[in-house]
Design a protein around this ligand. Structure first.
Ligand code: ADP
Ligand code: G6P
Length: 754
C-alpha cells in the first residue's frame, strides 16, 4: 500500500508539559490547518517537531502511544537546536527575508550549521521509515534542505516539496546566506509547488541566476533528473467552516446596531496589524459620524514568543490599542477590542458569521487562509472582505475590496466603502467568491499536488535504484580506460572551457591550474599517446596558458592550429578577414551597451558576445535581437553566427573543430583509441568528423551526437587521471583527487579545481 509521508517542522498538535502532565493542543497556522484534512493516521505518517525541548537521542517514549495513534512521528529537537534552527535561522532570517522584510533580520549571523543538522535529522527519520511505494511530501521554509538530503539517501524516492510562504524576488533572495544550497535542497524534490505563479517565477529566476540552470516549461534538469515546478493555491479546510447549521457561538458584540470589523491572525509582524489599526484610527478621525457606531475586534493568537522581533511587536500592538482607545473611547464604547489568545473553532465560525467586514491586510502573506475561511463560513452570502493585494489569496479573490496595506488612507476608504456597501453588491461579490472557495478546498489542493507528483517522471524504477549518475559516470570511465589500455595508440581530443575547466563568469578567469597542467603533461608524455586541445579560444591565450606543454593546440574553433609542441601556428585556408567586421563589432558594442554584464571578445578572425553574467531575461531579449541583426548583416558572406553556452559568436565558415583535427587523424594505425570530449555545439562538429568507433564523450545533460556522457568537469578530470594512471602504472595524485571529488570539496561548479 502506498503511504503518504508528510514532513513539516511542526506536527498537527503541539505538546507542552503542564504541571508534570503532557498536554496536546492544535498547532496554529495555515500549514497545520490546511494539511489537517490530508493526513489519515491509518494510511500515512506525519513527521515533525512535537514542540517539546528534548535531549538529543531521546525518543519521547513516554508519549509514543499517543503519537502513534495520531500517525505522528516526532523528530526530537534539543533546546539549543530549537533556538538555532527554528528561532534564529527559520524565523529570524528566512521568514522575514521571504516576506521581503529584510530589515527584520538580526545583525548576528545565524547558525546555519544547525539548520543543516536538523534538516539532516528529518531526512534520516523519513529514510528510516521509507518503503518502496511511499510518497514523501515535505513542507515549508524550515525544511528546504530536506528533499536534497533525502534524495542522497534514497535516489528513487518520490518526493514533493511545497513552500507555504512567498518566494521573494531574486534580488531579495540573493541576500540569503548559503542561498545556492537552499535552492539545491529544494531541487532534490521531483515537484516543487508554490501558492502563486509569481512565487514560482521568482524561484525559477533564482535557479537561473544563482545556479545557472535554465528553467523551461516549468522544468529544470538538476543532478541528472527533471524537476517540475507548479502552482497549487492552497484552499481552506472548508468542511470545518461551511456547515449551514447555525453556530452555537455568538460574537461578543453588544448593541445590535454597532457594526463589527474583524481581524483574525497569528500575532506576526507580516500580518500588518499595526497599519490596519492606524487605518481604523484614520477612519474614526476623518468620519466622526462613525464614532460609537463601529467596533474593531482583533483576535490574535500569540506565536513564536521566544523570537525577539515577535516580543517587540507584541508590545507595539498593546501600546497602539491603548492609544486609540484612549483617544476615541467613551464610557460606553471601546473602539478596538483586542484578544491576544487562540479562540476555539466554534467561536471562530461564530465571529466570521457575525462580522460586517473582515479585514485581512498582511504586508505580505504566502496565501492567507483566514480570508478563505471567512468566505466559506458565510452561508448567508453576506459580509465584505477587505483583502491585501500582497496576500497570495488576492490572486483568486478579485471580488474582495483589494487594498495596498501600506496606503493607510486608501485602506480607511476601503473600510468605509465596505461599511456602506449595499446588500445586493455584498451578496454578488460574496456568492462569486464563495463558489470558488468551496470548490477549491484543502483536499482538492492536496489531490492536485499529489496527482502532479504522481505524473512526474519519478526517480528511477526501484530495481535501478543503485544506478545513480555517479555509477553511470564510473561505468563510462571504466569503459574508456579499458579501451585505451588495449589500444596500440591513443589520441585525445579535448575541448577546454566546460570540459577541462568549469565555465566561469568571464573568459579570462579560466586559466589552468598547476594540477591541470601537470595532468595534461603526464598524459601527453605517455608512450604512443598524443593529446590535442581543441578550443574556441584565441591563439594568444592558448599559447600563454598551454604553449609549454607537449600537446597539439587548435584555436578559434580550428582556424589556427599548432600540431605539436614547438611547431609553428598555421592558419586554415580560408578568407583572410572576417567579412563586415566593423559592422559586426558595432552591433556587438551596441548589445554590450544595452545589456549590463555582457562583454565582447575579439579574436584574430572572429568576435564573440558573452552574456553569462547578465540578467537572463534581458540577455535573452538582446540575444534574439543581436542574432537576427547579425544573420541579416552576414547574409551571403563566408561567415556564420554561432550560439554556444551563454555566448554568441561570429566566425568564418568553412572551418571548424572537425576540419582542424583532420591532419591528426591522417595515417593513424588501426586500433588507435580516439577519445574526444566536449560540451559545446562546436564540439559536435568534432564528434561528427571522427570515425564511428571513436569514443566521443559529451559533458552535461543536453542533447548530443556523442556516444558517451559524463556529468561534469570533475568527472572528466577523474577520467583523465585514470587514463594517466593506466598508462604509467601509477598515478599518485589520483587517490586524493578522487577522494576530494567524492567528499564534495571539489565540485564541477567550483572554479578552483586544483
Ligand atoms: P499563517 O499560516 O501565516 O498563520 P493563515 O491565515 O494561512 O496564516 O492561517 C492561519 C490559521 O490559523 C487559520 O486556519 C486560522 O483559522 C487560524 N487562526 C488564526 N488566528 C487564530 C486565533 N486567534 N485562534 C484560533 N485560530 C486562529
Ligand atoms: C505559517 C508557516 C508554517 C508554520 C505556521 C505557524 O503558517 O507557513 O510553517 O507552522 O506559520 O508557525 P509556528 O512557528 O508556530 O510553527
Amino acid at each position: 500500500m502506498s503511504r503518504l509521508l508528510l514532513v513539516s517542522n511542526r506536527l498537527p498538535v503541539t505538546a507542552e508539559h503542564r504541571r508534570g502532565k503532557l498536554v496536546l493542543k492544535s498547532s496554529a497556522g495555515g500549514l497545520a490547518t490546511g494539511l489537517h484534512s490530508v493526513h489519515d493516521p491509518g494510511k500515512g505518517l506525519w513527521f515533525g517537531w512535537s514542540g517539546l525541548n528534548q535531549k538529543p537521542g531521546t525518543d519521547e517514549a513516554a508519549e509514543s502511544d499517543e503519537w502513534k495513534r495520531r500517525g505522528c512521528v516526532p523528530v526530537p529537537l534539543s533546546r539549543t537546536e530549537v533556538r538555532d534552527y527554528y528561532e534564529a535561522c527559520g524565523n529570524g532570517v528566512v521568514w522575514p527575508l521571504f516576506h521581503s522584510l529584510i530589515d527584520r533580520i538580526p545583525l548576528r549571523p545565524a547558525p546555519w550549521d544547525t539548520y543543516e543538522t536538523v534538516n539532516q535529522r528529518f531526512a534520516d527519520a523519513v529514510a528510516a521509515e521509507l518503503r518502496a511505494d511511499d510518497v514523501v511530501w515535505v513542507h515549508d521554509y524550515q525544511l528546504m534542505r530536506v528533499p536534497g538530503l533525502l534524495r542522497a539517501k534514497a535516489p528513487s524516492a518520490r518526493v514533493g516539496f511545497f513552500l507555504h510562504i512567498p518566494f521573494p524576488a531574486v534580488e531579495i533572495f540573493s541576500a540569503l546566506p548559503g542561498r545556492e544550497r537552499i535552492l539545491e535542497g529544494m531541487l532534490g524534490a521531483d515537484l516543487v509547488g508554490f501558492h502563486t505563479a509569481g512565487y514560482m517565477r521568482n524561484f525559477a529566476a533564482a535557479v537561473e541566476r544563482l545556479l545557472g540552470l535554465p528553467v523551461q516549461d516549468e522544468r529544470v534538469t538538476y543532478g541528472g533528473r527533471q524537476v517540475r515546478l507548479g502552482v497549487f493555491p492552497m484552499g481552506a479546510d472548508v468542511a470545518r467552516y461551511a456547515d449551514p447549521a447555525p453556530s452555537k457561538s455568538r460574537s461578543p458584540r453588544s448593541p445590535i446596531d454597532r457594526r463589527l470589523l474583524l481581524g483574525v491572525d497569528r500575532l506576526d509582524y507580516t500580518k500588518g496589524i499595526p497599519r490596519r489599526l492606524l487605518a481604523f484610527e484614520h477612519l474614526l478621525r476623518t468620519r466622526p459620524e462613525l464614532r460609537g457606531r463601529v467596533c474593531f475586534l482583533q483576535i490574535a493568537v500569540p506565536s513564536r514568543t521566544d523570537v525577539p522581533a515577535y516580543k517587540r511587536f507584541r508590545r507595539r500592538i498593546d501600546e497602539l490599542v491603548g492609544r486609540i482607545n484612549g483617544a476615541y473611547g467613551t464610557s460606553s464604547w471601546t473602539p478596538v477590542q483586542y484578544v491576544a489568545r487562540p479562540v476555539s473553532q466554534e467561536q471562530l465560525v461564530g465571529l466570521y458569521r457575525t462580522c460586517d467586514v473582515m479585514v485581512v491586510t498582511p504586508l505580505r502573506d504566502g496565501m492567507n487562509l483566514v480570508a478563505k475561511e471567512f468566505v466559506a463560513s458565510r452561508v448567508d452570502e453576506d459580509g465584505v472582505l477587505v483583502l491585501s493585494e500582497f496576500a497570495g489569496a488576492a490572486d483568486e479573490m478579485h471580488e474582495a475590496l483589494l487594498v495596498n496595506p501600506y496606503d493607510l488612507e486608501r485602506v480607511a476608504d476601503a473600510l468605509h466603502t465596505a461599511l456602506q456597501m449595499n446588500p445586493d453588491e455584498r451578496r454578488a461579490r460574496m456568492r462569486s467568491m464563495r463558489r470558488r472557495v468551496l470548490h477549491d478546498d484543502a483536499p482538492r489542493w492536496a489531490r492536485s499536488f499529489l496527482g502532479a507528483l504522481e505524473e512526474t517522471e519519478s526517480a528511477l524504477p526501484i530495481e535501478h535504484e543503485r544506478r545513480t549518475r555517479t555509477d553511470l559516470d564510473g561505468a563510462v570511465r571504466r569503459l574508456v580506460v579499458r579501451a585505451a589500455e588495449t589500444a596500440s595508440q591513443r589520441l585525445l581530443l579535448l575541448d577546454y572551457d566546460g570540459t577541462l575547466t568549469p565555465l566561469v563568469a568571464t573568459p579570462g578567469l579560466a586559466a589552468p591550474t598547476r594540477s591541470l597542467l601537470s595532468l595534461l603533461r603526464t598524459l601527453a608524455e605517455q608512450p604512443a599517446t598524443s593529446v590535442h586541445v581543441v578550443s574556441g579560444r584565441d591563439r594568444a591565450t592558448l599559447d600563454a596558458w598551454l604553449g609549454g606543454l607537449p600537446v597539439g593546440l587548435h584555436a578559434e574553433h580550428g582556424l589556427w592550429s599548432r600540431m605539436a609542441a614547438g611547431a609553428e601556428w598555421t592558419r586554415a585556408d580560408v578568407v583572410p578577414t572576417l567579412p563586415r567586421e566593423k559592422d559586426v563589432v558595432a552591433l556587438i558594442e551596441d548589445a554590450v551597451k544595452r545589456t549590463p554584464g555582457t562583454l565582447m571578445e575579439r579574436k584574430s578572425t572572429g568576435v564573440a558576445w558573452h552574456y553569462r553574467q547578465a540578467d537572463p531575461k534581458l540577455a535573452a531579449a538582446e540575444l534574439r535581437r543581436l542574432r537576427s541583426a547579425l544573420v541579416t548583416l552576414l547574409d551571403g558572406e563566408p561567415a556564420e553566427v554561432h550560439a554556444g553556452h551563454r555566448v554568441l559568436e561570429v566566425r568564418l565558415s568553412g572551418v571548424d573543430k572537425g576540419t582542424a583535427i583532420a591532419p591528426a587523424l591522417d595515417g593513424l594505425p588501426d586500433g588507435t583509441a580516439i577519445i574526444a570530449i566536449g560540451d559545446d555545439r562546436t564540439d559536435e562538429q568534432l564528434f561528427a568528423a571522427l570515425p564511428p568507433d571513436a569514443m566521443t564523450i559529451y559533458v552535461g545533460d543536453g542533447p548530443s551526437r556523442a556516444r558517451l556522457r559524463l556529468s561534469s568537469v570533475a568527472e572528466v578530470r577523474l577520467l583523465l587521471v585514470d587514463l594517466a594512471r593506466s598508462a604509467s602504472g601509477q598515478w599518485p595524485l589520483r587517490a586524493s583527487f578522487t577522494a576530494a571529488v567524492r567528499a564534495g570539496t571539489i565540485s564541477a561548479a567550483s572554479p578552483t579545481i586544483p
